[in-house]
Design a protein. Structure first.
Length: 304
């Protein structure tokens, strides 16, 4: 039977597992060459839906904090993620993005006092190496703008992860998630219109793809992600993001007929081994103080 920490880690891991399907959905269901539209329709409708459910607005300093977190975690990250996905092979984009756990460990040591241990660094390097084996191909091409976008997205998300941990949750998790999604979507709206112009006519297949990314891949996944992030060490949570390229490779194999070489299988095994070794047993003590009873909306029921 899973411990509380193990169960929390498992539910948090569902978020990057769902995110791993983004590449196959974008390739098969979305219109081509519209990365900013994809980022916008993934974030703003989901944020407005959650906001209608919770009916809560930020107060005090959380107006600007929600804007900062929304740009880092959602607006900037989504835009750069889709730009990299359109300009690079999925393997290259995923490998560059896999540097995020190392960045989170570094930022967390500076901003929130999480100890930068050799174990964390080793886990980040091992995970990065595993993702590299999993997704990099000999014919992979490098596009300078695509690589820069992937790196920028990793930096933005890493900073957002640590600041989310630093600032905590002012209200319910659903409310805080909705604020970030709306802020990120509003940031993207004028940028998408200026750069890409009005959206094209969308087919039923396109709408289904956007609905999946918005409801499942964003609203649900980010609620689980932020819940885990607030209650687990930031560096340990970031390592779970390595599941995304593993799932992306598996989805390509199962749904798009892509083959997996022995080296890719070895890379997947390395990533999974890294997650097991750096998993709940490795951070249970650090988590114990952070885990408090919460109600179904994520509010802490213990005294502040």
């Amino acid at each position: 039977m899973l411990s509380k920490t193990g169960l929390l880690t498992t539910t948090t891991a569902l978020a990057p597992i769902v995110w791993g399907t983004t590449y196959i959905v974008a390739a098969e269901l979305l219109p081509p060459d519209r990365p900013l539209l994809a980022a916008l329709l993934r974030s703003l409708p989901a944020g407005l839906l959650l906001l209608l459910l919770v009916r809560r607005l930020p107060r005090g300093s959380w107006w600007w904090r929600s804007a900062v977190l929304g740009v880092l975690n959602i607006g900037l990250f989504f835009a750069l993620l889709f730009v990299a996905a359109y300009r690079l092979p999925g393997g290259v984009a995923a490998t560059v993005g896999a540097v995020q756990p190392l960045l989170v460990a570094l930022f967390a040591s500076r901003w929130i006092g999480e100890r930068l241990t050799g174990r964390k660094l080793a886990a980040g390097v091992a995970g990065l190496a595993g993702v590299g084996l999993l997704v990099l191909q000999a014919q992979a091409r490098l596009d300078a703008l695509g690589v820069a976008a992937a790196l920028g997205g990793a930096v933005a998300m890493a900073a957002g992860v640590v600041l989310t941990k630093k600032w905590g949750t002012p209200d319910t998790l659903l409310a805080a998630t909705s604020w970030q999604l709306v802020a990120g979507g509003l940031f993207l709206l004028p940028v998408a219109l200026l750069v890409e112009g009005p959206p094209p006519a969308l087919t039923g297949v396109n709408l289904a793809g956007y609905a999946y990314l918005g409801v499942i891949g964003t609203a649900l996944a980010y609620c689980l992600w932020f819940r885990g992030l607030h209650r687990l060490p930031a560096s340990s949570t970031a390592l779970l993001g390595l599941l995304s390229p593993v799932v992306a490779a598996a989805a390509g194999w199962l749904l798009a007929g892509q083959s997996l070489s022995p080296g890719q299988c070895l890379g997947a095994a390395m990533v999974l081994a890294t997650l097991v070794l750096a998993g709940p047993a490795g951070h249970r003590r650090a988590t114990a103080a952070a885990v408090r009873p919460h109600d179904v909306l994520g509010r802490s029921v213990s005294p502040r």
